[in-house]
Write a protein that binds this ligand. Structure first.
Ligand code: UDP
Ligand code: MN
Length: 407
């Protein structure tokens, strides 16, 4: 019973963590669509028949740009009501499960990690160019170091994207997740993580066994998404997708809602603003698109696991100021601290349209990074002098037994 208040607090943290600052306006997410050619590092070499980004759309036969725009725009309006038909990433694939299974039978040793877990690739991304905010690139460096450390410790592969693909801005997660599925048939799961999210529990492992029979895992609440239709009922900053045909189809349907042509994104933004609670009418974002897809296609829900039992995403405002308290609590038998801390509303790279002053974002992000880094440094015998200091101090580390030194 002594733990009760802390458990309540943790549940509250994981609940409020989905808070997604509504005051962030149209400007916050700043998508730019660039119909780029296929990045060199993502062409060919897959077991897919035609693995080349052709830019071909499945929508129009016309080569005339105006006709195409018009036919797309009409299509977009239909799409508002039924995101079933139109958009397909290239190359289109219909029998991925069979192709992948054949490949795995050829290379059976690639199915699992040496630790016997399903192969997983973590992917994150940042803009192609340098950050405008002076410490933005430094933040991104720390953010990727944090992810590399976690992946190294848990035998997860990692991929860092800086290319603008078929979709840009925060929609880039869709084409890159898809590409990784095709390029890496050995990977059972592709795990997306925003650049503004950091691991804060370096020990925790995702309980993949729990998701047999599911193809997507994302932090969120059934009632908030399906009953109350809240824009913040789930958070699309961190999710896992199984490498299978269902996921490829799902990504097509999701992307259809954020495809950029004509006035589509603004129209869709107005549409979802009416459908969802707590969202303004600015142009559509990936999170709103995902929620609308799940609302409008109920048959998809059975494959999507909305995870609340641990903090796959926690809202930094509730977590970052309390690391010392949470550590002390854990050390005296209390609950563990959140797995991932997400700095929603902090625009580290642009420095623009934050919901919180950049100084606060920077300060708390430094604490989160150092809190995780202490867990990485501990086996090496060091610890940050305090969570807001760069300086590290030696800690007593008496064992020189190699068995105990294994990280
Ligand atoms: N992102 C990207 N390129 C961009 C903009 C965004 O790769 O030009 C990625 C980046 O990983 C970022 C994620 O998309 O963390 C989602 O955007 P953001 O975190 O700003 O959205 P929020 O979580 O605040 O809603
Ligand atoms: Mn984010």
């Amino acid at each position: 019973m002594k733990r009760f208040p802390f458990l309540v607090l943790l549940a509250l943290t994981c609940t409020i963590l989905l808070f997604h600052v509504v005051s962030l306006s149209t400007h916050v997410r700043n998508p730019t669509f660039i119909a780029a050619a296929a990045p060199d590092n993502l062409t060919s070499k897959t077991p897919v028949a035609a693995d080349k980004y052709t830019g071909k759309t499945s929508l129009g036969e016309s080569d005339n740009l105006d006709d195409l725009q018009e036919s797309r725009s009409n299509h977009a309006t239909r799409e508002l009501l039924d995101p079933r038909e139109k958009f397909h990433f290239s190359p289109q694939i219909a029998n991925w499960d069979l192709q992948r299974e054949k490949w795995l039978q050829k290379y059976p040793h690639k199915r699992l990690t040496p630790q016997g877990r399903p192969q997983t690739i973590l992917v994150t991304s940042s803009p192609s160019g340098p950050c405008e905010y002076p410490t933005g690139d430094y933040f991104l460096l720390k953010s990727i170091k944090n992810k590399i450390d976690y992946c190294r410790l848990h035998t997860v592969e990692i991929y860092y994207n800086m290319a603008v693909m078929e979709m840009g801005g925060f929609w880039v997660k869709l084409p890159i997740v898809r590409r990784l599925m095709l390029q890496h048939p050995e990977a059972e799961w592709i795990w997306w993580m925003d650049s503004d999210a950091v691991f804060t529990d370096m020990d925790f492992e995702i309980p993949l066994d729990r998701y047999d029979g599911f193809n997507m895992v994302i932090p969120g609440w059934d009632d908030a998404v399906y009953k109350r239709r809240e824009w913040t009922g789930l958070n699309a900053g961190i999710f896992l997708m199984r490498n299978c045909q269902w996921s490829l189809d799902f990504l097509d349907m999701w992307a259809a809602l954020g495809e950029d042509y004509g006035d589509n994104k603004r129209e869709m933004g107005e549409f979802v603003a009416k459908q969802l609670t707590g969202r303004g009418d600015f142009e559509i974002d990936d999170q709103a698109g995902l929620i609308w897809l799940l609302i409008s296609r109920p048959e998809l829900r059975s494959q999507v696991f909305l995870e609340t039992s641990y903090c796959l995403h926690s809202y930094w405002v509730m977590v970052a100021p309390r690391f010392e308290e949470m550590l002390a609590n854990f050390e005296t038998g209390g609950e563990r601290w959140p797995f991932i801390t997400h700095f929603v509303g902090c625009k580290f790279c642009s420095g623009k349209y934050n919901s919180t002053p950049m100084e606060t974002c920077d300060h708390e992000a430094k604490r989160a990074f150092n809190f995780a880094d202490d867990q990485v440094l501990q086996p090496y015998g060091y610890k940050h002098a305090s969570l807001s200091k760069h300086q590290v101090l030696p800690i007593s580390h008496e064992s020189i037994d190699p068995d105990e030194m294994v990280l």
